[in-house]
Write a protein that binds this ligand. Structure first.
Ligand code: NAD
Ligand code: IPM
Ligand code: MN
Length: 366
């Protein structure tokens, strides 16, 4: 199979972490005898600087012509004074809309060796393994009207959801739950918002198609509390666009670092893969960034777009093995632990991948 991958490294640590994800994808392609072709394009602040716009036409065309898009991050503090529509982040929102993927999968796992690196008591967080299914094309992010009134002293956004938008993302959550532990927590604010009333009604209707999956409705404020007190009580969390954005960063605390979390956006014309974190301007250019979120996003690309489950699982194992063996970027290192650079972590995971293959090979030979 020949797979066309459009790379959008973007801003800040984006290029640093994307390079390590590409390292792993090239290794996988070589060993599987597959042809992956990569092309690199600008998005975000770097594109505003060079082309005067965050999402140049050439970038969008390349993405629409690819099988998958792998994005690093966008955002630069030098644009902080600008209105939302003129910031690098607007380019990412426009790209998501153009690619059409509405279901954003954000897994958060507490790898046992990192339990003590989280803010939780290790016994409370060990075994936590949840999947946020975030609606990505609707809600407050895209609702119209939006803006400021003439005085500039009043601003407004529109929270709007239609039945169709809720149904399609709910189905993804129930399908994923079937592959996992069979539980969906649907997150809303149905005690206050009409959109959440509709959300709750529609999700309950879709649940009837999945009698083998247990559904609970949880208010978003309670969900935030439960993530902090009993993260193991969640399996799949189905969220609207804004709640999913917020809760996925909170879920990163279960993993031990925001740098660990990957994502996949499915359901549209072209699949989009990106780590959950941003451009991290505070550490950009230092070689401190954790590339695991980007590498795990590449594993999701192998799983969902390339349909290479064996290779995807091998990359996941390699990440876990590297962590178990003590590999730590700066965000994960405890006192006295050796700190790896972004590239060293990528290399360590590549080496661990070779070991995973060797083990599988000798297992089959026995
Ligand atoms: P951020 O996610 O960039 O960083 C938050 C904190 O986490 C920082 O302390 C950072 O150093 C740390 N961090 C993030 N990723 C890391 C990694 N891989 N390894 C180690 N540490 C990591 O969030 P922010 O600082 O609020 O936002 C910075 C910019 O990124 C903003 O412009 C924001 O809009 C943008 N952003 C972009 C995306 C995206 O492109 N998908 C996502 C979130 C934020
Ligand atoms: C994310 C980011 C984006 C979002 C921003 C950069 C537009 O925070 O992917 O989580 O809010 O969706
Ligand atoms: Mn976010």
């Amino acid at each position: 199979m020949s797979l066309k991958i459009a790379l959008l490294p973007g801003d800040g640590i984006g290029p640093e972490v994307t390079a390590e994800a590409v390292r792993i994808l090239k290794n996988v392609a070589e060993h599987a005898g597959q042809a992956f072709t990569f092309s690199t394009h600008k998005i975000g602040g770097v594109a505003i600087d060079s082309d005067g716009m965050g999402l140049p036409e050439s970038t969008l065309e390349a993405c629409l012509g690819a099988n998958a898009v792998l994005l690093g991050a966008v955002g630069d503090p030098k644009f902080d004074g600008r209105l939302p529509a003129e910031r690098p982040e607007a380019a990412l929102l426009a790209l998501r809309q153009a690619l059409g993927g509405y279901a954003n999968l954000r897994p958060a796992i507490c790898y046992a060796p990192l339990a003590k690196r989280t803010p939780f008591q290790p016994e409370k967080v060990r075994g936590a393994d949840l999947l946020i299914v975030r609606e990505l094309l609707g809600g407050l992010y895209y609702g119209e009207p939006r803006g400021f009134d003439a005085s500039g002293n009043t601003a407004f956004n529109t929270l709007i959801y239609s039945r169709h938008e809720i149904e399609r993302v709910a189905r993804v959550a129930f399908e994923r739950a079937r592959e996992r532990r069979g539980r969906v927590a649907s997150i809303d604010k149905a005690n206050v918002l009409e959109t959440s009333r509709l959300w709750r009604t529609v999700v309950s209707e879709i649940a009837k198609e999945y009698p083998d999956v247990a559904l609970e409705h949880v208010y978003v404020d309670t969900a935030a509390m439960r993530l902090a007190t009993s993260p193991t009580s969640f399996d799949v969390m189905l969220c609207d666009n804004l709640f999913g954005d917020i809760l996925s960063d909170q879920a990163a605390s279960i993993a031990g670092s925001l740098g660990l979390l990957p994502s996949a956006t499915l359901g549209g014309r072209v699949d989009l893969y990106e780590p959950v974190h941003g451009s991290a301007p505070d550490i950009a250019g230092k070689g401190w960034a954790n590339p695991i979120g980007a590498i795990a996003s590449a594993a999701m690309l192998l799983r969902f777009t390339a349909k290479m489950e064996k290779e995807a699982a091998a990359v996941d194992h390699a990440i876990e093995d590297a962590l178990t063996a003590g590999a730590r970027t700066r965000d994960l290192a405890g006192p006295g632990e050796r700190v790896l650079s972004t590239q060293e972590m990528g290399q360590t995971i590549e080496d661990a991948l070779a070991d995973v293959r060797d083990r599988r090979h000798s297992y089959h030979a026995v």
